[in-house]
Design a protein around this ligand. Structure first.
Ligand code: PLP
Length: 432
């Protein structure tokens, strides 16, 4: 055992027992970690190739203000995103405030009154309920006369092809497919499965737009959804593709017409992509994308490490310790509020920022129970940085994601376990 390292962990409050347990788990995961590194290597080359092909230059990092006409950095970055994710065009903007905004933009700009939106993979992410109007809300698609249909997954997680086929009608204009499970308990969709679903939908109705909510999925696999037939992918820059450096933003990549529609909605009919000052943050977008494949690899290792650490101790983990991964989210169901709180306190205590504060459950707007959140991030609310949250209600599950480096993710998980142990919330016999 490396003594210097053990000492350093002790300095950060990790006991030798916890450290040793972690080391044993890590050793069993080396083969999987190597596989993750190979995917990261492939994606790193993909990003570099996209940057070279589109002649990224130092000029691209210059700031523009006002209207932002002829902003070389912005225009080149959008070409880089289009190349990297294999789309015809892209909209990548700091004016897109978050993932929900990017998704709302993609939907509202590509749907017209009388059209129908279909989700063939069950309920979409919580914040989209108000965008669509599943929960009545001002400005929702429902208010504009766009109807919504949903087909749930079958109980074994497979697509309900028969019902999907019956749900597609002459008004069906856009099909939304969420890659990550969000706060649902279904499995995350692999790019391959997304491809199967898109092919099925297109066979029934070739001109339907297939949109993928790509949040938390970017760079987890070698391929992205546009490569298997999707028309549009949408995501947030303070998740995977911003690499932790982008301080804000969202993206839409895909068919030229879909992206154009979104641009006319984001700015104005007639203006589209031609305006939008970049205000000096282009370098962080480029550099973040450049780092994103390795950052995602670190976060993935953290998720798998956490699954194995807690699974071995007898907790329910979703996905389980052996499952293949298609996003960076890990859930642990503690069935005990004290354990959920201790976990979040551990994640917070391991942070580079705000490590000295103690997270407390609070009544967050939009939730029907108290929620506890741990985040000591450089970018507010960034969830590619190490973060955890969970509602204080059964099954007392924590959703955990991110980590700009694997070492930080590892420290966070060990620290969470340390907190659980100090409060006698783990079976210590299983630690050895
Ligand atoms: C995070 C997320 C969103 C929403 O993104 P915000 O940036 O939080 O608005 C939508 N869909 C999925 C699957 C997500 O993970």
């Amino acid at each position: 055992m490396n003594e210097l390292l053990t000492k350093q962990y002790e300095t950060l409050g990790i006991s030798k027992e916890i450290y040793t347990y972690g080391m044993r788990i890590e050793e069993e995961l080396l083969e999987r970690f190597a596989q993750i590194d190979r995917v990261a290597e492939y994606n790193q080359l993909k990003v570099i190739h996209a940057m070279q092909k589109n002649r990224v230059s130092a000029e691209c990092f210059q700031s523009s203000s006002g209207y932002g006409y002829n902003d070389l950095g912005r225009e080149t970055l959008e070409k880089v995103y289009a190349s990297c994710f294999r789309g015809e065009d892209a909209l990548v903007r700091p004016q897109i405030t978050c993932g929900t905004h990017a998704l709302a933009l993609a939907l509202m700009s590509n749907l017209r009154p009388g059209d129908e939106l279909l989700s063939p993979v069950g309920k979409p992410y919580d914040t989209l309920e108000e965008v669509i109007g599943i929960r009545p809300s001002k400005g929702s698609l429902a208010e504009y006369g766009v109807t919504y249909r949903q087909v749930d997954l079958l109980s074994d997680g497979s697509f309900d092809y028969e019902t999907i086929k019956n749900a597609i009608n002459e008004r069906t204009k856009l099909v939304t497919i969420q890659r990550s499970k969000g706060y649902a308990t279904r499995k995350t969709l692999s790019v391959e499965r997304i491809g199967e679903l898109v092919a099925f939908v297109k066979k029934i109705k070739p001109d339907v737009i297939c949109m993928v909510d790509n949040c938390y999925g970017e760079f987890v696999e070698e391929r992205e959804p546009l490569e298997v037939g999707a028309d549009m992918i949408v995501g947030s820059l303070i998740k995977n593709p911003g690499g932790g450096l982008a301080p804000v933003g969202g993206y839409i990549v895909g068919k030229k017409e879909c992206v154009e529609n979104a641009a006319y909605r984001l700015t104005s009919p007639g203006l589209g992509k031609e305006v939008g000052a970049s205000l000096g943050i282009m370098q962080s977008f480029y550099e973040g994308l450049f780092l994103a494949p390795t950052v995602v690899a670190g976060a993935l290792k953290g998720a798998i490490f956490a699954a194995n650490i807690y699974e071995r101790l007898g907790f329910d983990v979703i996905p389980d310790g052996k499952e293949s991964r298609h996003d960076i989210i890990q859930a642990v169901a503690f069935h005990n509020p004290d354990a959920l709180i201790a976990f979040c306190e551990g994640i917070q205590a391991a942070a580079p920022v705000d490590s000295y504060v103690t997270p407390e459950p609070w009544a967050m707007p939009g939730y029907d129970s108290d929620v506890i959140m741990a985040a000591g991030a450089f970018v507010q609310g960034s969830s590619i940085e190490l973060s955890a949250d969970g509602p204080l209600k059964p099954p007392y599950a924590v959703y955990f994601q991110g980590g700009l480096t694997w070492y930080h993710a590892k420290l966070g998980i060990l620290k969470s376990l340390q907190k659980l142990k100090e409060r006698n919330l783990v079976n210590t016999e299983r630690l050895c």
